[in-house]
Design a protein around this ligand. Structure first.
Ligand code: S3P
Length: 440
C-alpha cells in the first residue's frame, strides 16, 4: 500500500530518471477479470488486481449485485491486490438495493451495463460528476437493440437498465471504443445466438483474450469479433500484468531526460496497447520490449527505455485508438528540447475523465509550454524549456501524471493542483516518481 497523496503536489526538476520498476495491475484487464469471474461458475483468484479506485468501484458494484468478493490486505507497494471472486454463473446476479456507483470509472459503467442488460431486474447506475458528463448513447443504442430497456438523462448517467431475455445482434461501432465492443460482447454472452461486433479501427482486445481465459469460444477475424450466447464460463486462476498505461509515465520520463534509462518488469505488452513504443522510437528513444510466454493470453514482459536525442513527432488519426490513454503523456514528451508533437483525429479525448484537449493544453501552458488547442487534437513545440508553474489536473488522473512528468524537465518547481486524483489508477505514482528521479 502506498501513502495517501496530498491534494496539491510540487514536483522539482530532475536531472535524470533511472531504475527498475514494476507497475500496478492493468486497469482494463482487472475490470474484465472481475466481471467475468462474477459470471463464471466457481471461485476465481486474481493476483495483482489493480488497487486504484476505478477497479475497486467494479468490485463494489459486484458486491451490491450479490457477488462474494474477498480482497487480501493492500500490502503490495506496486499496486496489486489478491482478489477472490465466487462466481454466480450466467443469470445468477441479484437485484441491488438502490443505485450502483461506478465512481470515476467509465469502464465499470459501460461494461457492467452490458451485463445488467441481461438481468431480469431493474438497476440504476450512476457515478461521480466527471462520469455523469460522459456520453452513454454509444452503449444505450446497442443494448436497446438487443432488447434491454435503458433510460438516461440526455444520454448521460444515471442510467436505468431493465434487463431480460436478449436477442443477438450484429453491431457496427460508430466510434472505435473497446468499452462499447465489450459491453455488446458481455450482453451477447447472455443472448440467444451469435453476437457480432465490427470495429472501425482496432481497439484494445483484452475482453476477447479474457473471455478465452474463462473458456468462452470467441471468434476474432480482423476488425470483427463474435461470441455465442449461453456458453458457461469456467472460473480461472489469473494474474494481472503491470499496466502499460502506468508504465508510459516512466517510459516517457526516461525518453525525455538526457542520461536516463528505465527498466519496467512484468508489464503488459499487448500490441493493441503499445503503440506508444512506436512513437517513442520515432521520437528517437532507444526501446527494447521483450515479451515472455503469454499469461492468460496476454503478452507480458520487460520494457527498457533510454534517452537519445529527440526529434518532433506527428500522431496520425489511425494511431489514436491504440494510444488514446497515452496522448497526455506524449504531450509531456513534446515539451522537451528538440521534440514537439502534433496530434489530430483525437476529438474522443474530449469525452474522457476531463475534456483532455482543453485541460491538457491549459495545464501545459501554465507550466510554460508553447502549445495550441485544435478541435480534434493539439500541438506542442519543444522550442523552449518549461519554466514550471501551477497546473490543474482538472480531476483527471492521466493529466496529473502527465503534468508531473512534464515538470521533471522544467527549470523551476511545478505544483499540480488536485494531484491526489492519481489514486484513480496509480495510488503509488508519486512514491515511484521520487524513487526514479535523480535531483538536478
Ligand atoms: C478502456 C477503453 C478506452 C480507454 C479507457 C479504458 C477499456 O476507452 O480510454 O481508459 O478498458 O476498455 P474507450 O473504449 O471509450 O475508447
Amino acid at each position: 500500500m502506498s501513502a495517501p497523496v496530498a491534494a496539491d503536489v510540487t514536483v522539482q526538476p530532475a536531472a535524470r530518471i533511472s531504475g527498475r520498476v514494476r507497475c500496478p495491475g492493468d486497469k482494463s484487464i482487472s475490470h474484465r477479470y472481475a466481471l467475468l469471474a462474477a459470471l463464471a461458475t466457481g471461485r476465481t483468484t486474481i493476483a495483482h488486481y489493480a488497487s486504484g479506485a476505478d477497479c475497486r468501484s467494479t468490485l463494489a458494484c459486484l458486491r451490491r449485485l450479490g457477488v462474494r468478493v474477498d480482497v487480501g490486505p493492500d500490502l503490495d507497494p506496486d499496486g496489486g491486490l489478491a482478489v477472490e471472486i465466487q462466481g454466480r454463473g450466467l443469470g445468477g446476479l441479484c437485484a441491488p438495493q438502490g443505485p450502483l456507483d461506478a465512481g470515476n470509472s467509465g469502464t465499470t459503467v459501460r461494461l457492467l451495463s452490458g451485463i445488467l442488460a441481461a438481468q431480469p431486474f431493474t438497476t440504476t447506475v450512476t457515478g461521480d460528476a466527471s462520469l455523469r458528463r460522459r456520453p452513454m448513447r454509444r452503449i444505450i443504442d446497442p443494448l436497446t437493440a438487443m432488447g434491454a430497456r435503458v433510460t438516461a438523462r440526455a444520454d448521460h448517467l444515471p442510467l436505468t437498465i431493465t434487463g431480460g431475455a436478449l436477442r443477438s445482434i450484429e453491431w457496427t461501432c460508430p466510434v472505435p471504443s473497446a468499452q462499447v465492443k465489450s459491453a455488446v460482447l458481455l450482453a451477447g454472452l447472455h443472448a440467444a445466438g451469435r453476437t457480432t461486433v465490427h470495429e472501425p479501427t482496432a481497439t484494445r482486445d483484452h475482453t476477447e483474450r479474457a473471455l478465452a481465459a474463462f473458456g468462452v469460444d470467441v471468434v476474432c477475424d480482423g476488425l470483427t469479433v463474435a461470441v455465442q450466447g449461453g456458453a458457461a464460463l469456467r472460473a480461472a486462476s489469473l494474474s494481472v500484468p503491470g499496466d502499460f498505461s502506468a508504465a508510459a509515465a516512466w517510459a516517457v520520463a526516461a525518453a525525455a531526460r538526457p542520461g536516463s534509462a528505465i527498466e519496467i518488469d512484468g508489464v503488459g505488452l499487448n500490441p493493441t496497447r503499445t503503440a506508444l513504443l512506436a512513437v517513442l522510437r520515432r521520437a528517437g528513444a532507444v526501446i527494447a520490449a521483450d515479451a515472455g510466454p503469454l499469461t492468460a493470453g496476454e503478452p507480458v514482459g520487460c520494457l527498457r527505455v533510454a534517452h537519445r536525442e529527440l526529434r518532433p513527432v506527428t500522431i496520425t488519426p489511425d494511431e489514436v485508438p491504440s494510444l488514446i490513454d497515452e496522448l497526455p503523456m506524449l504531450a509531456a514528451l513534446g515539451t522537451c528540447a528538440g521534440c514537439g508533437i502534433t496530434v489530430t483525429g483525437a476529438a474522443e479525448l474530449r469525452a474522457k475523465e476531463s475534456d483532455r484537449i482543453t485541460a491538457l493544453v491549459d495545464g501545459l501552458r501554465a507550466l510554460g509550454a508553447n502549445t495550441e488547442e485544435r478541435p480534434d487534437g493539439f500541438s506542442v513545440t519543444g522550442d523552449r524549456p518549461l519554466a514550471g508553474g501551477t497546473a490543474d489536473a482538472a480531476g483527471d488522473h492521466r493529466l496529473a501524471m502527465a503534468f508531473a512528468v512534464a515538470a521533471l524537465g522544467a527549470t523551476g518547481p511545478s505544483t499540480i493542483i488536485g494531484a491526489d486524483v492519481v489514486a484513480v489508477s496509480y495510488p503509488g505514482f508519486f512514491d515511484m516518481l521520487t524513487a526514479v528521479r535523480s535531483p538536478e
